[in-house]
Write a protein that binds this ligand. Structure first.
Ligand code: ATP
Ligand code: MG
Length: 355
């Protein structure tokens, strides 16, 4: 018999290369990892953020749940990409009721979509009594996109309870695990298969977010083209025969050169966003960056960014302050997959707090 309802929730990250699920339970002041699961998606299931094969996506979610024997049914998930707009606004200070009445008008001014085709949400991040202003983050996501998420989650037999934005989920993961002081300024860079989410955090507050449409697939596509292989073969060579991993055989020089060239292009794009952030004089200098996402493990990427950006760069551990002793997986498996679970961890935390 259970005297108290278990506060357990699922974070579901529907990425273009795989779906990832993390089940967390409230434990004291923090969280305990109870289980996690993932399931690959065929490359054509999600293209440029659009769900092209909803059956494949819901099947992958269901398979990951069954294989990992996930128990929670309430899901927190997140969206990103072209159909999502995140804007920081500064408005005259006003009451929540006034804001509720004006936010749609404000959204219309700042969102390049038909207001009837989007769902709008916002969060006040700072209210200043002295200058009569307030800062808030406005989020608009196309209804079509949200309906797609709702559909695949429902088809997989789960309930959608929280809908967030990838960059905020990572911010959440960061806040709990790294407990940043309000003086710190850190760039969080999630490098997935086809999207890179960048957000700059002042303490736990996101002050700049940007999504780039590039990621780990660029390496695979470049190897595919240069060595005349299929996408699957190129992906296997990228992961299995990664340069620097001597145990997996000799690495063809071509693969190494190709990977380095792609890293340069990818870093160029990331650095352009960082320059854009820096161009606003009022922004505080970035003190360090934390990388996450599967492709953050591309050989040499962390070191190359550190050299070019001029601040320290590390790989985020989304389980830094989460109890993983429950046998959800062995240590090595968790260490290998952890960076790719960052979004799902941040989402599961939201889910637990709202359950
Ligand atoms: N050890 C590794 N070295 C290099 N790349 C890796 C490694 N492990 C995973 N990747 C790459 O990371 C990418 C998958 O990362 P992730 O799971 O974060 O993406 P996703 O969430 O599915 O995609 P997106 O969010 O971009 O739609 C793939 O391109 C994969 O090849
Ligand atoms: Mg992703």
């Amino acid at each position: 018999m259970r005297l108290f309802k278990s506060r357990r929730a699922l974070g579901l990250d529907i990425g273009s290369s795989s779906v990832k699920l993390v089940e967390l339970e409230a434990s004291g002041q923090g969280y305990r990892l109870t289980r996690f699961g993932f399931s690959p998606l065929p490359p054509e299931a999600i293209v440029q953020g659009a769900f092209m094969n909803t059956a494949a996506i819901s099947t992958a979610i269901r398979e990951a749940c069954d294989r990992s024997r996930l128990q929670a049914r309430n899901v927190a998930t997140s969206v990103s990409g072209h159909s999502v707009i995140v804007k920081k606004l500064t408005l005259p200070a006003q009451s929540p009721e006034e804001l509720e009445a004006t936010i749609h008008w404000e959204a219309e001014q700042h969102i390049p979509f038909d207001i009837n085709e989007v769902n709008v949400d916002y969060q006040v991040i700072q209210e200043s009594a002295t200058d009569g202003q307030m800062d808030l983050i406005l989020v608009a996501a196309k209804k079509e996109l949200i309906d797609g998420y709702q559909g695949v989650i429902c088809d997989a037999g789960l309930n959608l309870s929280v809908l967030d934005v990838d960059a905020f989920a990572i911010g959440n993961m960061y806040e709990h695990n790294y407990q940043p002081s309000s003086e710190s300024t850190v760039a969080l860079i999630n490098i997935g298969a086809s999207v890179v989410n960048i957000s700059v955090m002042n303490g736990a507050v996101p002050v700049f977010t940007r999504d780039l449409t590039t990621g780990g697939n660029s390496y695979t596509e470049s190897i595919q083209k240069d060595l005349n292989l299929s996408f699957e073969e190129a992906e296997r060579i990228k992961l299995g025969d990664a340069p620097g991993d001597d145990s997996k055989g000799i690495v063809p020089r071509e693969v190494e050169d190709c990977m380095r060239a792609v890293s340069e292009i990818l870093l160029g794009e990331i650095l352009r966003s960082i320059d854009f952030y820096r161009a606003t004089a009022s922004n505080r200098p970035i003190q360090r960056a934390l990388l996450c996402g599967g492709a953050s493990r591309s050989p040499g990427l962390e070191r190359m960014l550190e050299e070019q950006a001029g601040f320290p760069v590390g790989i985020a551990n989304p389980f830094e302050r989460i109890d993983v002793s429950d046998g959800a997986a062995d240590r090595e498996t968790i260490v290998n997959i952890a960076p790719a679970l960052s979004v799902a961890v941040g989402l599961a935390m939201r889910g637990v707090n709202e359950s």
